[in-house]
Design a protein around this ligand. Sequence first.
Ligand SMILES: [Cu+2]
Length: 173
Amino acid sequence: MKNYVLSALLFVAYSTFARAESHAMEMPAAVELIAGDLSLTGAFTRATLPNAPVAGGFLDISNNGAVDDRLISAVSPISMVTQIHEMAMDGDVMKMRELPDGLVIPAGETVNLKPGGYHVMFMDITGPLAEGETIKVRLTFEIAGEVDIYMPVGAPNAKMGGMQMHGMPKASE
Ligand SMILES: [Cu+2]
């Protein structure tokens, strides 16, 4: 009997959650965005200092399909040029560089674009990004096609985006 009640409660909770999620695409700061077999979550960028020429964009991309996809390019109104970057060792120095062939999102896997790793690079930004703003970014995938996402602007040292950003204790650096 108790199990039955619990199941019913879980079902109600799940239905409510599922309904809320189906509206996610209409909200500026989408928690999760589904595009074909891809699921995009946790998108964010970081506030920039005055006159900083660049900014980084981050998100997690899950490929729930059976075929590899590839993030080919990104564009945003905030930057003249937008590239897909990786961090790689150049001798003893960690440097970032453009991925000329884009970033493969393997079937059944999640690729994390995060500070210190893969990222979207906004080059030549038109102005500083302020915490609390939201920027629009259009990602183009080989298979999933064009996907418009919104990145909330976090603190200059934000480590993650979405709802977790506010619930987490401040990271010490
Ligand atoms: Cu970069």
